[in-house]
Design a protein around this ligand. Structure first.
Ligand code: SF4
Length: 74
């Protein structure tokens, strides 16, 4: 499945990094970073292919601006 994180919408609350440190960390610019992802400078989105979304699901649910999407969720 694919994780799409819309970095432009992130307000830097830190919830995803506390709930799901395996996949998220806070970056120096105050926004979170999806570890190992590719950043698209045009769309300002980070994308990552994962086998199992695991805690990304909780991070996605708790994100106040809902900028973490999981595609092809089983
Ligand atoms: S939970 Fe959402 S708004 Fe908060 S740091 Fe993570 S991506 Fe940004």
């Amino acid at each position: 499945m694919k994780i799409i994180y819309d970095k432009s919408k992130c307000i830097g609350c830190g919830s995803c990094a506390s709930l799901c440190p395996k996949f998220f960390e806070m970056a120096e610019n105050g926004k979170s970073h999806l570890k190992g992802s590719e950043f698209d400078t045009k769309t300002e989105k980070e994308e990552l292919e994962v086998e199992n979304a695991g805690c990304i699901k909780e991070a996605s649910e708790v994100c106040p601006v809902q900028c973490i999407r999981i595609l092809n969720e089983k």
